[in-house]
Write a protein that binds this ligand. Structure first.
Ligand code: 13P
Ligand code: SF4
Length: 336
């Protein structure tokens, strides 16, 4: 294990990073993070590894050790095209599985196997087979926030960034006016408002986004005049109705980057505001948020440990992975 002392050399090597992050990481914490950042970046080079980090990772992961950052769709694209031998997924288990599905020959590590997701836990492969029996002929669109087994039983995947396009293209391709979209009930209801295609859904919810209410949004506006409200489509429809913009995590980042609102609230997981604020110093972030306990299981010490011990490795039955890959690739090959 590397020496994790905060030496003058470590302080000097990481000073530019801290200068960037000082508004979101207290000074007292930096001597703890900095030696791990140096050690992780050295191990990545030594082992030919890359770190894919979701937008909900804490700033010391997102800005200091990640090779690629993004929403679920962007991370899947990076997983498919990286030349590295090892992928460390700084995100939750379904994201690591997606990386393994798309890069079966690579070693995919997740720093904490327990990093799950309430949506992924809401449905099994057997549930999907039952849906297929109940609604013969209807295509099944599965949100990427699901297990490989569930993806394997589906026709195509979607993410929050492309859900409307996926619904409309598969409905047109199959010549149907109704599709099944699982397992996020709210995402499906929010998509249904943007398309004439009818959607049958499932009762899964994101435990982070389901907690926001329309009253919350009204009170943010009352307390913060002029605030622009950006909400994730995993929020309940009444929250989306109160928002100024709805989009995936990367959609929200692009909105802040291009429109530069004076004041903004990101109705989503807490680390998003920290990560975006670093790149948008003149934007005031109003910061009510909900923590994702699964995302927060991924920490710098666990990433370091993962690279040292090569654990935990994500393994998928090849027969399931092959079928799941068809669904993920059907989404990635979409022309729209
Ligand atoms: P996106 O980053 O794809 O918008 O997903 C948000 C989310 O909740 C991932 O778990
Ligand atoms: Fe799952 Fe919600 Fe956490 Fe994303 S934020 S991993 S959807 S529980």
């Amino acid at each position: 294990m590397s020496d994790l002392t905060y030496t003058p050399a470590v302080a000097a090597a990481t000073a530019p990073l801290y200068a960037k992050l000082k508004q979101v990481i207290p000074e007292i914490e930096w001597p703890v993070h900095a030696p791990m950042i140096v050690a992780i970046n050295a191990l990545k080079r030594e082992k030919n590894a890359v770190i894919l980090a979701h937008n909900y990772m804490t700033p010391e992961i997102f800005h200091c050790v990640a090779d690629f950052v993004g929403d679920s769709l962007q991370l899947a694209r990076e997983a498919a095209k990286t030349d590295a031998k090892i992928i460390v997924q700084a995100g939750v288990h379904f994201m690591a599985e997606t990386a393994k599905i798309l890069s079966p020959e690579k070693t995919v590590l997740i720093p904490d196997m327990r990093a799950g997701c309430s949506l992924a836990a809401s449905i099994t492969g057997a549930d999907v087979r039952l849906l297929r029996e109940m609604y013969p002929g209807l295509p099944i669109i599965t949100y990427v926030n699901t297990s490989a087994e569930v993806k394997a039983e589906s026709d195509i995947c979607c993410t929050s960034a492309n859900a409307v396009d996926v619904v409309e293209s598969i409905a047109a391709e199959r010549g149907v006016d109704t599709v099944i979209m699982i397992p996020d009930e709210f995402l499906a209801q929010n998509v249904a408002k943007q398309t004439p295609v009818k959607i049958i859904t499932w009762k899964g919810h994101c435990e982070v986004h389901e907690r926001f209410t329309a009253d919350d949004i009204r009170s943010y506006r009352e307390a913060n005049p002029g605030v622009v409200v950006l909400a994730h489509p995993e929020c309940p429809p009444e929250v989306i109705a109160e928002a100024d913009f709805t989009g995936s995590t990367s959609g929200m980042i692009s909105y802040v980057g291009s429109k530069r609102p004076k004041r903004v609230v990101l109705v989503t997981e807490c680390s998003m505001s920290d990560n975006v604020a670093v790149e948008a110093p003149n934007v005031e972030f109003v910061r009510p948020c909900n923590l994702c306990p699964h995302m927060k299981r991924i920490t710098l010490p666990k990433i370091l440990d993962s690279l040292v011990t090569m654990k935990e490795e994500v393994v998928i039955d090849p027969a399931i992975a092959d079928r799941a890959r068809r669904s993920v690739e059907a989404m990635m090959n979409l022309k729209r």
